[in-house]
Design a protein around this ligand. Structure first.
Ligand code: PEP
Ligand code: MG
Length: 561
């Protein structure tokens, strides 16, 4: 047996025979067209339009975030710049096949050179080009195979169009040799709960029919496993299926320490799904998402309606509403009107609300009214708080409106470093690891070229989280985490070890985080946090924590012996 390593998505484990995705269509020869420029242009246009329509249609049947991904792909297929590139090659005498192939390759190389998030989008272009080529040649595009029995799918990377429509009765697990944790394959696999290991470079060596165990929790693919290993994997899969299907229980560690598991929401309509997945309340309601396209500030009545709908979905439960967080990646026309060279460092979050205090006061009024009309336990927090003075300002203003629980987000290193003083003047802290990572690493969260630095596993970020955790314990105030980091089951344990008392995440991540926490004690979480803090960089912190968990887990211990 051998073990291949990649990045696991979620906590699942599955086993079965390998089936490889068919190889891509061969690249077309660079031959001159005999049909003439007009005919080739028309063929290329027709093929692109047909593929775009097919992608849209697949998106419609898949729904959810797959729909957004596929609609984006359809738009890329019909991108005017890309079409100009195709036309230019046809005008040079090329065939439609060659022109499409070469133009997409050129665009892909540009994205790969940028790297990071955009680099990971390069694989999506391959899929579009393949579909257009297949259409031009009148053959079927190489898609997910259908061997007639359940299988473990091995692919270089899966196109969103394929991942979205995977038959989950047949595909036991997914292993890709390319792609990373932020690729679309990973995002959709996470959302659909597919057992997946991505970026396992050696997966290209796997052969059809070979039996493998795919262990997402460990990020491994074990080839030709022993009977005993297969039995253990079966038992673990059954255990996990039972845990995921069981009526969701409140988040807790193995020693009974309660860690509330909450949902991140952007609109009240998503509340029902969060409740069904066992969210114990809301840890972050992003109010700015309600008004991203509004030119004018929303009225009190309009806001009250939205907040009431949200609070009504969580009777008796904690709901943390964040005040409008405008600026940089989420500009609101009515709060950010000045041009700034560096909007991420500008008048944003609480700063911009303070500059338009009437809007801040109106939002507090609407929240207080919605609170009075419902029975949820409303907590309100300010985004992007940098100083003790800002903390005092917001907390006392919220109290003026009768808000019982007011807190601040810790997303700026300054407030993490002075967390004891910040917490002395407010009721709670909620750590936004997305922005905290951006500001700690000086890496724009919107920029693909620095995406490798945007990793909350970085020990510098973890150390700041730890500062807030210690301050929370000293002052007896709750410390939540509501950035993406909380949705990573392994990192979730580390965050608890650093002092987080609740975790808030996309509802789809709740089951895996709940399971991961239930397997560790507080003492173990603390020791994992120490291990991660001692690493030199994000990748080593993640690997060291994964190895330590593997050593702690009985099934992993047996596997190693
Ligand atoms: C964060 O920064 O981690 C956060 C939760 O807020 P947002 O992602 O909305 O900026
Ligand atoms: Mg933020």
């Amino acid at each position: 047996m051998t073990e291949l390593r990649g990045v696991g998505i979620g906590q699942g484990v599955a086993q079965g025979p390998v089936v490889r995705m068919a190889d891509a269509l061969p690249a077309p020869e660079k031959t001159s067209s005999t049909a003439g420029t007009d005919a080739e242009r028309a063929r290329a246009r027709e093929a692109v339009a047909a593929v775009a329509a097919e992608l849209m249609q697949r998106g419609e049947s898949a729904g959810g975030s797959a729909r957004e991904v596929l609609e984006a792909q359809a738009m890329i297929a019909e991108d005017p710049t890309l079409q100009d590139e195709v036309d230019a090659r046809i005008d040079d005498g090329g065939t439609a096949e060659w022109a499409v192939y070469d133009a997409f390759e050129g665009f892909k190389a540009t994205l790969e050179a940028v790297g990071g998030y955009l680099g990971e989008r390069a694989a999506d272009l391959d899929d579009i080009a393949q579909r257009v080529l297949a259409h031009l040649r009148g053959v079927a595009a190489s898609g997910v195979p259908d061997p007639g029995h359940p299988f473990v799918l091995i692919a270089r990377d899966l196109a969103p169009a394929d991942t979205a429509l995977l038959n989950l009765e047949q595909v036991l697990a997914l292993v890709t040799s390319d792609g990373g944790p932020t690729s679309h394959t990973a995002i959709l696999a996470r959302e659909k709960g597919i057992v997946a290991v991505v970026g396992a470079a050696d997966a290209v060596s796997l052969e059809d029919g070979q039996t493998v165990i795919v262990d997402a929790a460990a990020g491994t693919v074990t080839t030709d496993p022993s009977g005993e290993q297969l039995e253990r994997a079966t038992a673990r899969a059954a255990e996990r299926a039972a845990a995921v299907d069981a009526p969701p229980s409140p988040g807790a560690l193995a020693d009974g320490t309660a860690i509330a598991l909450l949902a991140n929401l952007g609109k009240p309509a998503d509340a029902a799904d969060a409740v069904a997945r066992g969210a114990e309340g809301v840890g972050l309601f992003r109010t700015e998402f309600l008004f991203l396209s509004s030119a004018q500030a929303p009225t009190i009545a309009e806001q009250r309606t939205g907040y009431t709908e949200l609070l009504e979905a969580f009777p008796g439960k904690k709901v943390v509403v964040r005040m409008l967080d405008a600026g940089a990646d989420k500009p609101l026309a009515f709060l950010n009107d000045a041009h700034e060279e560096n909007p991420a460092l500008g008048l944003r979050g609480l700063r911009s609300l303070r500059a338009s205090e009437d809007i801040l006061r109106e939002q507090l009024t609407a929240l207080a009214e919605a609170d009075a009309a419902t029975s949820a336990d409303l907590w309100v927090m300010a985004p992007m708080v940098a100083t003790v003075e800002e903390t005092k300002y917001f907390t006392s203003l919220a109290r003026e409106y009768g808000i019982r629980t007011a807190g601040v987000m810790v997303e700026i290193p300054a407030s993490a470093l002075l967390a004891d003083r910040v917490l002395a003047h407010t009721d709670f802290a909620s750590i936004g690891t997305n922005d905290l990572t951006q500001y700690t690493m000086a890496a724009d969260r919107m920029l693909g070229s620095v995406a490798n630095l945007q990793d909350p596993w970085h020990p510098a970020v973890l150390r700041l989280v730890g500062e807030v955790g210690v301050a929370g314990a000293r002052t007896g105030k709750p410390v939540g985490v509501c950035g993406e980091a909380a949705a990573d089951p392994l990192l979730a344990i580390v965050l608890v070890g650093l002092g987080a008392t609740s975790l808030s995440m996309a509802p789809a991540a709740l089951a895996d985080v709940r399971l991961a926490l239930s397997e560790r004690t507080l003492e173990e979480a603390r020791s994992l946090a120490e291990i991660a803090l001692a690493a030199d960089d994000a990748a080593s912190a993640r690997t060291a924590a994964a190895d330590a968990v593997a050593a702690l887990s009985p099934h992993q211990k047996e596997k190693k012996s």
